[in-house]
Write a protein that binds this ligand. Structure first.
Ligand SMILES: [Cu+2]
Length: 116
């Protein structure tokens, strides 16, 4: 009998712990990583996120029928995206990153990444 009482008490403790975790997650959702989508279409990059932060993810969607890349001039990232495919990139460091497509020199942009 003594063992069973302990088991029930243990279950109750777990339930409280899980509830507390859910509450903490909801409270800190403002600082949670965000996901942005940037299209690559008509040989150009779409609108870039203006408030991206370290830890956020950018999904690059290639809507063209040719491959594109998202290549930082300082080589901090180099993503290849096949036609009709998408690729994701998690932002690792803060700064302004000029980038281009290695296949199409006229495709270029600057990704602004704020500190976390
Ligand atoms: Cu390209």
């Amino acid at each position: 009998m003594g063992v069973r009482t302990t088991m029930v008490f243990g279950m109750a403790r777990i339930a409280v712990a899980v509830g507390g975790l859910a509450l903490a997650t909801a409270a800190s959702s403002e600082g949670a990583p965000k996901q942005y989508t940037v299209a690559m279409a008509n040989m150009n990059y779409g609108a870039l996120p203006g408030a991206a932060k370290v830890g956020d993810t950018i999904v690059w969607v290639n809507k063209d029928s040719v491959p594109h890349t998202v290549t930082a001039r300082d080589h901090s990232f180099d993503l290849r995206v096949a036609p009709g495919q998408s690729g994701r990139m998690t932002l690792q460091k803060a700064g302004n990153f000029p980038f281009y497509c290695i296949f199409h020199a006229m495709m270029r942009g600057t990704l602004k990444v704020a500190a976390k």
